[in-house]
Design a protein around this ligand. Structure first.
Ligand code: FAD
Ligand code: NAP
Length: 346
């Protein structure tokens, strides 16, 4: 299909309730949907919305809106999958940034291309995935990331970013910090393996495979099991508003870890790859501090997963944020641990 380069329609005072998985009712001063980079560049060149900041939106599954957004909110629907390179062992698959992440995983699994099957059912778009180097079940996108293309809003030039330029870390990247708001990510490319690279050691994957009698899993088995586990543990944003894990898991030095482990015997902990640091599950601290299932009006902490803050219907972003701040304060008081927010607050 030819790419549209016509200026997209812009709406004023547009409700974002359907565009953020917390389901918070706020309005965007201006709102538009782009289906091609060319149409966004046409909009920029028209110059009409140069006086306001531009805020990019994918699936809205990693944001908390605490007020109306005085900006042009640009919802990215740049689509398309394409194999741009292939050899005996690998393909390089390019995806439009507005594709659903989970559709990309399904597409790769259907074609027997391995590397992202553990990341099944993560909500949101492909273009937002590099923002926080999405991860789950022992895999992060940095493991298969090849490069991305992003429009520099200052120069209107499309720049190519290799892996080492993205500064990927645990739920971190260049685009979440120095690059935030400066680039629209338009395509992302992944190097996927034609030979299955099965990873079952994390969480409940192996247990569920055993229960199903699967001893030699395919990548399709892995993705199905991950989907099953996720559906059983995590609230579906269509039913209860949420943005997944609200906080990052804290990592501390080995000395600090010794202090925690001796003060709180039985505390779960995991070594951090290529480091002497130790990671502790944020959800454990929050649960031990008594917050699991807490509810104040329509804002609360999920009954089964303390790391997930929820909107039962009509909570405001501020009400959610107030609970988050109280959680941080009480976890710090009880454990001396400073929780860091993972969700992007606006
Ligand atoms: P949005 O929320 O729309 O945007 C997030 C940030 O990225 C914003 O700052 C936005 O401005 C920016 N952005 C979005 N698109 C672009 C673009 N094209 N160019 C530049 N900037 C852009 N995350 C994990 O890592 N692992 C998980 O297992 C996981 N599980 C989740 C489960 C649930 C139930 C939910 C609700 C969320 C979960 N998340 C998880 C968080 C979330 O799904 C991911 O962070 C996802 O990548 C967000 O994608 P999005 O398109 O919804 O981003
Ligand atoms: P879980 O399996 O109950 O584990 C709890 C925590 O312990 C996770 O946060 C995980 O850290 C850590 N963990 C468990 N097994 C580990 C291992 N073998 N090695 C290292 N760390 C281990 O977690 P869950 O809540 O059901 O989530 C499952 C996966 O989905 C996790 O990877 C989680 O990150 C991801 N997830 C992310 C979000 C989000 O919004 N970011 C939301 C839901 C689920 P890690 O988080 O570092 O993996």
């Amino acid at each position: 299909m030819p790419k549209s380069n016509s200026v997209p329609q812009v709406f004023e005072n547009y409700s974002l309730k359907e565009y953020n998985t917390f389901g918070i009712e706020v309005k965007a001063q201006y709102f538009t949907i782009i289906s091609s980079l060319e149409s966004y560049v046409a909009l920029l060149k028209a110059g009409q919305y140069a006086h306001v900041p531009h805020l990019f939106l994918g699936g809205g599954s990693n944001i908390l809106c605490t007020q109306d957004i005085d900006a042009l909110v640009v919802k990215n629907e740049i689509k398309g999958f394409e194999v741009i390179q292939e050899d005996e062992d690998h393909v390089i698959l390019r995806s439009g940034a507005g594709e659903s992440w989970d559709d990309l995983v399904s597409y790769a699994v259907q074609h027997q291309w391995s590397g992202i099957e553990n990341l099944a059912l993560i909500p949101g778009t492909v273009g937002a995935a590099p923002m926080q180097n999405i991860g789950a079940y022992g895999v992060e996108i940095k493991d298969t990331f090849d490069h991305l293309e992003a429009l520099n809003l200052g120069t209107l030039v499309v720049e190519r970013f290799e892996k080492n330029q993205c500064q990927f870390g645990y739920r971190e990247s260049y685009f979440k910090h120095e690059g935030k708001g400066k680039y629209l990510i338009s395509t992302v490319c992944f190097k996927l393996s034609k030979k299955p690279n099965i990873k079952t050691s994390y969480g409940a994957i192996q247990t569920v495979l055993n229960a199903k009698g699967i001893s030699n899993p395919t990548i399709s088995d892995i993705s199905n099991v991950v989907i099953e586990i996720r559906k059983s543990k995590l609230p579906d944003p269509k039913e209860i508003g949420n943005s997944g894990s609200f906080f990052k898991n804290p990592t501390v030095t080995s000395e600090e870890a010794d202090r925690l482990i001796s003060s709180f015997p039985g505390i779960p902990n995991y070594p951090v790859e290529a480091s002497t640091d130790i990671k502790f599950p944020a959800g454990w601290f929050i649960e031990q501090a008594g917050w699991k299932g807490f509810r104040d009006g329509d804002a609360g902490v999920h009954v089964n997963q303390a790391l997930v803050l929820v909107n039962y219907g009509h909570a405001t972003g501020i009400q959610i944020l107030v609970i988050a701040e109280k959680i941080k304060a009480s976890v710090f008081e009880k454990f001396g641990i400073s929780l860091e927010t993972e969700v992007n607050i606006y």
